[in-house]
Design a binder for this molecule. Structure first.
Ligand code: GDP
Length: 168
């Protein structure tokens, strides 16, 4: 449908160095992205999905802090590196905190980044997937460097936000 696109805010969280900026940069140059100089900020991406446009604003957050409430947030993207076990534990803590303490029912994505570092993998895919499903979250493996599955993640975020807002 035409008309004003929906505007969604996505908070990207995770340890320093896991590839949050790299992922956001890939979103900005995604095939789906048709945004131009009209976009509201540097981290706003226009996504065309099912003939409907959505504007996603990707917000960074201090790497060592947890958000206290989820006002104005439509989805969370929790990023870790498959090559760094500690970043997975941190993402787990964020997940538990968001569901149990913030009590958010927003969409959460657990994103295993740096899948190109195959030989350095320290986080098992099934283990991470189980964690995500335990917390009613989606699990995606990406490589921001190779632009692998980054478009899937972007489309998945829009799909999940729309499902939450319009469950029928
Ligand atoms: P941030 O601190 O979470 O924003 O992490 P950055 O996006 O700044 O990335 C930290 C480092 O990891 C940089 O050197 C990136 O080039 C690198 N990096 C990001 N994504 C990937 C990836 O998918 N694979 C590999 N091998 N390196 C990555």
């Amino acid at each position: 449908s035409s008309g004003t696109p929906s505007y969604y805010r996505v908070l990207v969280l995770g340890s320093s160095g896991v590839g949050k900026s790299a992922l956001i940069n890939q979103f900005m140059s995604s095939e789906n992205n048709i945004s131009d100089e009209m976009s509201a900020s540097d981290s706003t991406v226009s996504v065309m999905l099912d003939e409907e446009e959505s504007l996603l604003e990707f917000c960074n957050f201090p790497d060592d802090q947890f958000p206290e409430e989820d006002i104005n947030v439509d989805a969370y993207v929790l990023v870790f590196s498959i090559a760094d076990r500690a970043t997975y534990e941190y993402a787990n803590n964020l997940m538990r905190y968001l569901r149990n303490d913030v009590c958010t029912d927003r969409s959460i994505f657990l994103v295993a980044n740096k899948t190109d570092l195959v030989r350095k993998r320290t986080v098992d895919k099934n283990e991470a997937r189980l964690c995500a499903s335990y917390y009613s979250s989606k699990y995606v493996e990406t490589s921001a460097s190779l632009n692998h599955h980054v478009d899937n993640l972007l489309a998945g975020i829009v799909t999940q936000i729309r499902l939450k807002l319009n469950p029928d």
